[in-house]
Design a protein around this ligand. Sequence first.
Ligand SMILES: [Zn+2]
Length: 511
Amino acid sequence: MPRAEFRVRERDLAGRIGELRLKRGIIETPYLFPVIDLSRQELPVSEIREIGFNAVITNAYLLYKRGFSQALRDVLGSGVIAMTDSGAYQLMEYGSIDIDNETIIEYQKRIDSDIAVILDYPTGDSLDRAFAEKTVEITLSRAKDSLPKLDFENRAWVLPIQGGVHLDLLDKSAELSASLDYDIYALGSPTVMMESYNYEVVADMLVTVKNKLPYLKPLHLFGGGHPMLIPFAVALGADLFDSASYMLFARDNRYMTEKGTKRLEDLDYLPCSCPVCSRFTAKELMEMEQKERTRLLAKHNLYIVMSVLRKTKQAIVEGRLWELLEEFSRGHPSLYSLLTYISKRHYLYIENRTPSLPMRPSSVFAFGEESLSNPYIYRSRKFLLERYAPPPSRKELVLRPRLSLTITDEAVPDKEEVHLVYYDHIMSVPVDVARLYPEGHVVVPKAFLYEEELYMKAIRNAVEYALRKKMFYQKITLEVCYEWLGASLKALREYQFFNIKPVMCLNRVES
Ligand SMILES: [Zn+2]
């Protein structure tokens, strides 16, 4: 067969749904490889398959040490795609391993893995600059020397990119790695930062390498497999993940949720309806024999991972990946920090990669401040303020508080010369763009009607629109919610061109 090939089917933000076509099958990305240990695997591969995982990863170095010499598919079962890791992780843990790059390359060929990794030299979490430079140099020189020995026609070969948290080094290392024609690139996530919930550094690392890698090469994030982080890593451009956590956590009675990990003994109710959680209660699981409990918890953990992968893919199809990030960011403060960081630091990176139209466009949901960084909302605001020209026949602009979640163009004012524009705390939208996507399809909560600070934001949006479009109209009327009249008048003092008209916004009388 020719070389492994990667095709991108759908995209949203910097995330994509892709197909990694290998000799023995196709992996749909984003995908997470469950880590398996053939000598100790409480959850059989056949059950992992049933959950929907058609590829697993195992450690080639450990297999080599144990004298394993069969083809992997003979023990995993046909139809299971096997990825092997080279042992670099052990190198990082124990400082050295007794195997060289050439041996591990030949060994991975012998056990016929479908996706194989050269023996890199991991930077890991190291803050030591000289050490990081050394890891980059050694890895790149091995990557170059290995190329003639790699059988790309039989399997996909992975090149891990080193440099770690030293972003300038990582950038250079990614650039040089990209010039070597590997099938898949990988990035190690810094475990220490991950354990302390410092995900921002992973975001910086992903953006750094993605900026240098060819578009049609998948990126694997080593060790970034917690379900709560997956949508964020995908949105930043990661395609592949692996995780041993599902099993390590299970052995320690830890139960994964989309919002983090809980201890089984702390749960009165299982917040999941996977086959495991539908059949057993937390108490029943606790009373089981350890081995059986581990198997079931590992299974549940993988169901959660699969569910997050599916949610992420559906969000990509609908162009709602940003909304999914907003949803997940409410699950844990560290994710809220991460979303804020991405909005401020990596907005352009994300926006440049967002398509103008999703595959299946649907309403765009706005919530609060963070929704302003949703590329579809950001672009709508920008378009309406900078490029949109009102219909020329309209002489009077009427800025009206938006009292309904959606706008329709049915509510056209009786007077032909009036141009109606709705304003809220997110943006100002003229009625005549109601059918335009995404401008007319942003669903905005009425929150600004209930809270002064948000209402003042809405007033600022109205003013901004009026200032930009003043020259198109002879008269500008700003309808102001009666409930916030005092504060509004104060804010509007310096803008003399408005005719201000108080209107009732809330269907109740304040006492
Ligand atoms: Zn479950």
